[in-house]
Ligand binder design. Structure first.
Ligand code: NAP
Length: 300
């Protein structure tokens, strides 16, 4: 390893965010992407051994059991993957002198706030997913204060479909589009997240908790409408232009409670990078341009 090309190990490398992190990080180091087959967080000791064997300078953990409802029923697995594996990685990183960057979530908050959450606001999860992600954060920060926890919120990007893709596709097919209009957070475009997160690769960057989202607050309905509006602006043959509002309470199929209001303020990372995160509508528009360039603004 040389200081100019640090070895960067990325767990969860084939996920929506992980794949973007892999692409962005090659500018800064020798990237080793690890999917589930190479780094299964259900076996924390094996993942820690991998860190000790590879002797990286930086480890990013973007892997998680992200199915919020499944976490309620698969409680032990969720705790192992989301909490204990993060802790094992952090302790192994400390042993080899690496910094761990642990990806976390707005779901560590209760959602009872009125302003976007700051990094030092008290977490109070209301779901088992949120609880296990918080325990992961705590294990990471207990290992060493140089490690970093990066909380993101509504993640979208080109590597795996998310809510905004589904809304645009439904609109192209002429189907009614419905979305929750009484739940608020901050969309987080994977390309923007991956780019800003690189600031934490600098050894001098302080550890601790960071929030990392696009600027602004919206509902799922706003998010869907913005995606459709951006597609229409590019001349895509969208048919449904109005997104019908749903109430969160109407989504009967959900097992886990969701925080109602969980936008995140990214002030700390913005101070570190010296750049504001771009507002979420601009990020959605950039993403929809990417879809157009890839020929994906047509019915699948
Ligand atoms: N999605 C969101 O809106 C959102 C919001 C807030 C925070 N986050 C956080 O952001 C991070 C990235 O999420 P994402 O949006 O990229 O979700 P994702 O696409 O579901 O990525 C998660 C990755 O973790 C992997 N994984 C699951 N269990 C694993 C295990 N036991 N061992 C190794 N890998 C395992 C998955 O592998 P498979 O592909 O094989 O399943 C997947 O590649 C997570 O830490 C999540 O908690 C996400």
């Amino acid at each position: 390893m040389t200081s100019s090309r640090p070895k960067i190990l990325i767990f969860g490398a084939r996920g929506r965010l992980g794949a973007a992190l892999v692409r962005a990080s090659v500018a800064d180091g020798e990237v080793h992407p690890l999917g589930r087959a190479e780094g299964n967080l259900a076996d924390p000791a094996a993942c820690a051994d991998r860190v000790r064997a590879e002797q990286p300078a930086i480890v990013i953990n973007s892997a998680a059991l992200t199915n919020v409802d499944l976490c309620e029923t698969e409680r032990d697995l969720a705790r192992t993957v989301n909490a204990d594996a993060a802790g094992a990685l952090a302790r192994a990183c400390t042993e080899v002198g690496a910094r761990l960057i642990q990806i976390s979530t707005d779901y560590v908050f209760s959602g009872q706030g009125k302003e976007p959450y700051a990094e030092d606001d008290s977490p109070e999860p209301i779901s088992w997913y949120g609880q296990t992600k918080l325990e992961g954060e705590q294990q990471v920060m207990a290992a060493e204060s140089r490690h970093a926890v990066v909380r993101v919120a509504w993640v979208f990007g080109p590597d795996r479909d998310s809510f905004v893709d589904k809304a645009v596709q439904s609109s192209l097919r002429g189907e009614p589009v419905k979305a929750v209009a009484d739940k608020w957070s901050s969309p987080s475009y994977t390309l923007d997240i991956a780019d800003a997160l690189r600031a934490l690769f600098a050894p001098a960057a302080p550890g601790g908790i960071y929030h990392l989202c696009n600027r602004g607050v919206c509902t799922w309905r706003d998010w869907a409408e913005e995606g459709i509006r951006a597609a229409a602006a590019l001349g895509a043959p969208v048919q449904t232009r109005t997104v019908e509002p749903l109430r969160l309470a109407e989504l009967g199929a959900m097992v886990a409670p969701r925080p109602v209001y969980s936008p995140l303020s990214s002030a700390r990372i913005e101070a570190l990078t010296g750049r504001p995160m771009r507002p979420w509508p601009e990020a959605v528009a950039a993403y929809v341009r990417l879809l157009a360039e890839a020929g994906r603004l047509r019915v699948d």
